[in-house]
Design a protein around this ligand. Structure first.
Ligand code: PAF
Length: 328
């Protein structure tokens, strides 16, 4: 049988537009991400690399490190702060200890449509968050999407919260995610993404949750027979640069890197959305049993999770939650 990844074709990289940029010096960007080479995020990074290398005429060299080989989202972010790595693009969720406002994106069922996430991330709220996250040794220069998270497990189909009873679910290192799965009756445990495949394979955990594209590109379907299309959380990616590197970069190159990050984010979201349904189909074809929930079934999960909004209101800031809920 065809493996899921073999069936899915990445769209071709767009052409590079924009003038060449000249500035003094030669620079190297090591860019690390948690997801693997066959995912949409990596495709976005390839576009970033192409833009930056072409428009700097090779004076900025970009090297890509997918699959958490230089560390998971948290470790890569720490490496940026230490100045040993130039760029990374983590999910916002593992960074809430540094930027508590990011927890707003972990609220269940916050964005019914991806365009609503775009409006918030690319609008005033998102821009303010990038400014706020440009601190603690980091410069935040753009958004992308990890996307809507889906549940997978090795035990049985999950159609309703009761089916989660006692299931050991790996979550990102994020207390709100732990709260979500506890509230639903599961037994969640936070774990670095770098350890996840082995933990699933060895049965240390029964399940995990990530977007279809990450489930496929990390081959979780090889160790997880069941999936449920829960769409329970939409996770953004945030593009981060080491402040130590940034401060050495001539202004014209800073502008180039910023522009390339914006284009990468737009393109990466487009690829992620184009491939989402196709990859769900590939996963089915590869033998994964996927439960698609009716709106009524989704509402059961949603209603059970409503208390999470109250529990986290003070921590995240009620005004921010209300601002976003008004827009969606
Ligand atoms: O599950 C996670 O930890 C994240 O979704 C991932 C895949 C590392 C992307 O940031």
């Amino acid at each position: 049988a065809l493996s899921a990844s073999a069936a899915t074709e990445m769209p071709p990289l767009p052409d590079v537009t924009g003038d060449k940029v000249q500035a003094d010096g030669d620079f190297k960007i090591k860019f690390s991400i948690g997801t693997t080479e066959s995912g949409a995020q990596y495709r976005g990074l390839e576009y970033f690399e192409k833009i930056v290398e072409q428009r700097s005429d090779g004076h900025i060299q970009v090297d890509l490190f997918p699959g958490a080989q230089l560390g998971d989202d948290r470790e890569a972010t720490s490496a940026l702060q230490a100045g040993t790595l130039e760029m990374t693009m983590p999910s916002t969720s593992p960074l809430v200890n540094m930027f508590p406002q990011f927890a707003v994106f972990d609220l269940p069922f916050l964005f019914p449509q991806p365009e609503m996430a775009d409006a918030v991330l690319d609008g005033e709220i998102g821009q303010q968050m990038l400014e706020d996250a440009s601190s603690q040794g980091l410069v935040a220069i753009g958004w992308g999407e990890n996307g809507y998270r889906q549940l997978t497990n090795s035990q049985h189909p999950v159609e309703k919260p009761e089916d989660l009873d006692g299931l050991k679910i790996r979550t990102m290192e994020n207390d709100l995610h732990l709260d979500i799965w506890r509230t639903l009756g599961a037994n969640p445990t936070p774990m670095s993404f770098a350890e996840l495949f082995t933990a699933l394979e060895q049965g240390v955990v029964d399940g995990q949750e990530n977007p279809w594209i990450t489930i496929e590109s990390s081959k979780f379907n090889e160790v997880q027979d069941y999936a449920t299309e829960t769409n329970h959380v939409y996770t953004p990616f945030i593009t981060l640069v080491s402040a130590r590197f940034w401060d050495r970069l001539p202004e014209d190159y800073q502008a180039l890197v910023r522009d390339a990050a914006t284009k990468m984010g737009d393109y990466q979201r487009e690829v992620s959305r184009t491939l989402n349904d196709q990859i769900k189909q590939d996963l089915k074809d590869s033998g994964m049993q996927i439960t698609e929930l009716s709106p009524e079934q989704v509402k059961v999960f949603q209603d059970q999770l409503e208390p999470v909004y109250e529990d986290w209101r003070d921590e995240i800031g009620g005004e921010l939650i209300d601002d976003i809920r008004e827009q969606v």
